[in-house]
Structures are given as structure tokens and as C-alpha cells.
Write a protein that binds this ligand. Structure first.
Ligand code: C5P
Length: 304
């Protein structure tokens, strides 16, 4: 018997980053948006916990216990007091270390897949708690759609959204480390003299104009409201991303930003035709490894 779960990648349409907390995390106002570009995780009964992976970035996916999918299987089994027995196969389309929460998505998918394979019927509330233990972005991959994440991103509130938005993602060569990008954000704040601690940086809040654009299904208004407080840090570590962002805007994108901690760049298009055009232009621009048109919002991790 096997169970396959489809799970979306995310882009942050707003990523407001507060000061550095004593626990090493930052308080966020994080508006997550789930897109159709996703991974599939298949769970099959086996001895112990093992992993395999296919896809363009498969060589850079760890197949040991550091992988969030393996950690999710062990955490779920431990919660129920059972021995974990599963082989997890990850069919990977989400760029690795790309700022689209691909590892977190696989963790969320593994929770759902193992829950079904082992017949556990774990309540969603419990799965969300286990997901938050695995990482800040894992709960959102369970929920999908569009949601505001507070705290370190794990305290979720679903947001109303109308219709479908069309996106293009430009994948870079090589990833960026999320902790390194947060550290660079703190360093830039210190350098600018504003300070980087919780006392120095006001707690971020969701932008009302952005929430209104989502609720109205207005891509031009959403494009104007896109913000990412980690973008300056990602550009500081990877200056060439400025060329990618410019190429997408020149190709007709209504808005552009670095996705999460990067280096993937996200472009909002007016409609599906514009998205296809922008993806083609970006591929031809030589400023990224690949570009893909997609859409959202889509649901969170679901058995196929
Ligand atoms: O929660 P997760 O393991 O995904 O976080 C990875 C790293 O990203 C953290 O160790 C921390 O350095 C940084 N981070 C942060 N503030 C957040 C989320 C992540 O500083 N809200």
C-alpha cells in the first residue's frame, strides 16, 4: 500500500521582519501564498525510515535524518508511541534552498502521508503543532491558500482571497541559506544605525492595502503592495538577483520580489497569457537558470 500527497510551494506576498528575539528567531508579519508549483511525497510501508528523491535538484536533497520529511515521520510516530516504518519518495519540483519552503513542504507532506499510511487519523490541530516543531514554514504547507503567519511564522490566520493570481518564478543557480539571509538582514540594520534587536525594530503588521488587494482579486493592486524585508539582504548576498528582477519587470510583470529568503524571484502577472510571456522572456534573458509560470492560491498538503 502507498499514499501520495501533493504539497504546494509558497511565496511571501508580504514578509515583514521584526527585531532579533532572544531565541534567535525574528517576529514576522508573513503573508504566505500557496502556488501550484509543488512536490509529491509518496509513503510506502517499510522497515525503519528511508528516503529517495527525483527531480532536477535531487542531488542537493539530503537523504538522511536531516531531511524534514524523515524528521516528520519520526516525530509523528513518537507522538503516537509507535515505531516508524516508512519509505518516503520525494518527487521534487520546488527549487531547493530557493526561498519557496520546499523542505518545509516535504515535511508537511510526510506528516499527512504517514498519518494516512499508518491509519492514525491525527486531528489537524495536532498535525499543526507537530509541524510548528519541525520548522516555522511547515504549518502553512499543511493549510495552503493564503494566510497571515505571526510569531516566527507558525501562528496562522487564513485570509480571504478572490479568484486566481498568475505568477512566474525565476530559479537561480544555487541556493541561499535562510539563517544566513536573516543574519545579513540584522547586519544591514546595524550598519544603517537603526539597530536589529526587538527593542529597535517595531513589530511588523500586515499591510491593509495588501489584504484588500487579495480580497478583491486585484493583481495590479497586489503587485503594488508586494514587500519583502529580507529582499535587501538577499540582494546584498546575491547582487545579480537585481538583474533578474529588472528582466521580469521589463518583460511586463506587474510586480516583482525575491521569494522569502531567496534566491528564487517571484513575478506577478496580470493574467495567464502575460505569465507565459514573462516566463519565456526571463528564460531568454540569461538572468536565471529557469523560469516557470504557475498560479495560486491552491490548497495545502492533500492526499492525491
Ligand atoms: O524555523 P526554521 O527552522 O525554518 O528556521 C530556520 C532559521 O531561519 C532559524 O534558525 C533562524 O535563523 C531563521 N529564522 C528567523 N526568524 C524566523 C524564522 C526563521 O530568524 N521567524
Amino acid at each position: 500500500m502507498s499514499v501520495t500527497v501533493r504539497v504546494p510551494a509558497k511565496v511571501n506576498v508580504q514578509l515583514g521582519v521584526g527585531g532579533l528575539r532572544a531565541d534567535g528567531f525574528h517576529d514576522l508579519a508573513n503573508v504566505f501564498f500557496a502556488v501550484a508549483l509543488g512536490d509529491e511525497v509518496t509513503a510506502e510501508a517499510a522497515e525503519g525510515v528511508s528516503l529517495s528523491c527525483t527531480g532536477p535538484d535531487a542531488a542537493s536533497v539530503p537523504l538522511d535524518d536531516s531531511n524534514l520529511a524523515a524528521r516528520a515521520a519520526r516525530l509523528l510516530a513518537a507522538h503516537h508511541g509507535i515505531e516508524p516504518g516508512v519509505h518516503l519518495h520525494i518527487a521534487k519540483s520546488i527549487p531547493v534552498a530557493g526561498g519557496m519552503a520546499g523542505g518545509s513542504a516535504d515535511g508537511a507532506a510526510a506528516l499527512v502521508a504517514c498519518d494516512a499510511l499508518w491509519g492514525l487519523d491525527t486531528p489537524l490541530e495536532t498535525l499543526l503543532e507537530l509541524a510548528a516543531e519541525l520548522g516555522s514554514d511547515v504549518p502553512f504547507a499543511l493549510v495552503g491558500g493564503v494566510a497571515l503567519g505571526r510569531g516566527r511564522g507558525e501562528l496562522l490566520e487564513r485570509l480571504p482571497v478572490t479568484g486566481t493570481f498568475h505568477w512566474v518564478f525565476a530559479v537561480a543557480d544555487g541556493g541561499l541559506s535562510t539563517p544566513a539571509v536573516f543574519r545579513e538582514c540584522d547586519r544591514l540594520r546595524e550598519e544603517a544605525g537603526t539597530g536589529s534587536s526587538e527593542a529597535d525594530v517595531p513589530t511588523p503588521d500586515a499591510d491593509p492595502a495588501l489584504l484588500a488587494a487579495l480580497a478583491a482579486g486585484d493583481p495590479v493592486a497586489l503587485a503594488a503592495a508586494l514587500t519583502n524585508d529580507l529582499q535587501a539582504a538577499a540582494l546584498s548576498l546575491r547582487p545579480a538577483l537585481a538583474d533578474t528582477l529588472r528582466a521580469g519587470i521589463e518583460a511586463g510583470a506587474a510586480g516583482a520580489l525575491v521569494s522569502g529568503s531567496g534566491p528564487t524571484c517571484a513575478f506577478l502577472a496580470k493574467d495567464a497569457d502575460a505569465a507565459a510571456e514573462i516566463a519565456k522572456s526571463l528564460e531568454e534573458s540569461g538572468t536565471c537558470r529557469a523560469a516557470q509560470a504557475t498560479y495560486g492560491p491552491v490548497p495545502g498538503a492533500q492526499v492525491r
